[in-house]
Ligand binder design. Structure first.
Ligand code: GLN
Length: 470
């Protein structure tokens, strides 16, 4: 069993959750990928499953995810549970409350199986920046699973859960989904409450599902979407029938293909071929293919690394050794801050705090941060112009397939270029999904990305469903 609908139909036809969850617990214990920072106690998971079985037997009305095993990225707070964000600085932090998404999953009767590994504070594209060890790609243990939601991708890819939640600031759901051969959705900014998500870059962060199927992504979005009084950027926008949209097909849809996405140096030829043949197949299925231009694409990575680091330097100021997590030995306050932060943060996080502090500093603010905000507007306008003539925009999720562990750790710039196709979507606040579209000659998964206008996840799901069926 993999997908939510497979679990649900097994439960409906009398299979008990207890046996399903107990074999899942065995699989989690045998995990080779290091997907979890905290795997929850197996006995208590089986007990929860037994309770679901009893409630089902008693004819009680159950939540829509009753008995479905779900994993949670470890930058999402879960009450009375260790929540590390992949950092040593939060090694001993126990969250006092549930993130809104966690509360909603609990209310839907999901069985939460553990907290997944990630790049420290979600900064990375390979999961190698975790203080809790690298994660291995579930399809090839010598390679990275992508990042920063690498543990979530591996947990789904290795079938240690039906669903995992991730967070996506510049590609952290879609890129690991592409590398690990699964589906990953970044919803529109404001669609899902960020309350209880440990902030990296607040104007870019968004929580979303990582799943085996497109339909599952729609099911989970249905559970976690909606406005929330604790997140003033969450919006009260009507939801659509996303589950039906997945089946609706692409007849008559206008599918935009940006010239810039195929003119990118470093785009792997096998990825290009797979993406192009998927586009041809969409055309054969009734879509109209339209060439579009997103002229500011080449500035997206630079813009992102100014804005995201600026916001991170501010968000991470709260980790001072006083209020949360690790506290160093010190005799006076400045020393306490300095030592706690020096000991607690890893090298990539320090690099970004320094970069972000620099771009916000008096004298450089206008030249870097201010300029980046202006370019961000141009990038957003590129999409607005394109969406005047197309319904969705498609292309590759990543320029290359999963790379070997250690291959890019010594070259941060090379690592940052991983995000070239995923970052604009965050800068513009749009929904984007990665769906598998074949494998390379070495058998590595390839991801196909679909981006839509704000709050048009329905269009994204229509195309994603079609790609999955092709
Ligand atoms: N890989 C990007 C980064 O390192 C994106 C991370 C993310 O989306 N959280 O910042």
């Amino acid at each position: 069993m993999r997908s939510i609908s497979e679990y649900l139909s097994a439960y409906q036809s009398g299979t008990n959750s207890e046996s399903v969850i107990s074999s899942l617990v065995d699989r989690i214990q045998a995990d080779q990928t290091n997907a979890f920072i905290t795997a929850f106690d197996g006995t208590s998971l089986v007990e929860q499953a037994r309770t679901i079985d009893a409630r089902r037997a008693a004819g009680e009305r159950l939540g829509v995810l009753a008995g479905i095993p779900v994993a949670i990225k470890d930058n999402l707070c879960m009450r009375d549970t260790r929540t590390t964000a992949g950092s040593k600085i939060l090694d001993n932090f126990v969250a006092p409350y549930d993130a809104t998404v966690v509360r909603k999953l609990k209310e839907a009767d999901a069985i939460l199986v553990g907290k997944t590994n990630l790049d420290e504070f979600a900064m990375g594209s390979s999961n190698e920046n975790s203080a809790y060890g690298a994660v291995k790609n579930p399809q090839d243990l010598g390679r990275v699973p992508g990042g920063s939601s690498g543990g979530s991708a591996a947990a789904v890819g290795a079938n240690l859960c039906a669903v995992a939640l991730g967070s996506d600031t510049g590609g952290s759901i879609r890129q690991p989904a592409a590398f690990s051969g699964i589906v990953g959705l970044k919803p529109t900014y404001g669609r899902v409450s960020r309350f209880g998500l440990i902030a990296f870059a607040s104007s870019l962060d968004q929580i979303g599902p990582m799943t085996h199927t497109v339909e599952d992504a729609a099911r989970v979005l249905d559970v976690i979407a909606g406005p929330c009084e604790h997140d003033m950027t969450s919006m009260d926008v009507p939801t659509a029938d996303w589950i039906s949209a997945v089946q609706q097909g692409v007849q008559g849809l206008r599918v935009g293909v940006p010239t810039e996405y195929f003119a990118t140096a470093g785009l792997d030829p096998e990825i290009e071929a797979a993406v192009r043949s998927t586009i041809d197949a969409l055309e054969a299925a009734g879509a109209r293919i339209v060439e579009v231009s997103l002229p500011h694409t080449e500035y997206a990575v630079g813009t992102y690394y100014l804005i995201a680091t600026a916001e991170a330097s501010s968000n991470l100021a709260r980790f001072d050794g006083v209020r949360y997590g690790h506290r160093a030995e010190a005799t006076e306050l400045a020393e306490l801050y300095e030592k706690s932060r020096s000991e607690g943060f890893g090298p990539e996080v320090k690099r970004r705090i320094m970069l972000g502090t620099y771009v916000l500093s008096a004298g450089f603010y206008d030249a870097y941060y201010g300029k980046a905000q202006q370019v961000r507007t141009l990038i957003r306008q590129d999409f607005e112009n394109a969406f005047a003539s197309v319904d969705v925009i498609v292309g590759p999720t990543t320029p290359s397939p999963a790379f070997a562990l250690g291959a890019k750790t010594s070259d941060p710039l090379q690592m940052y270029l991983e995000d070239i196709f995923t970052i604009s979507c965050n800068l513009a606040g749009l929904p984007g999904i990665s769906v598998p579209c074949g494998t390379t000659s070495e058998g590595l998964p390839i991801g196909f990305q679909i981006q839509g206008p704000a709050f048009r996840e329905d269009l994204v799901f229509r195309v994603a469903g079609a790609v999955e069926r092709l």
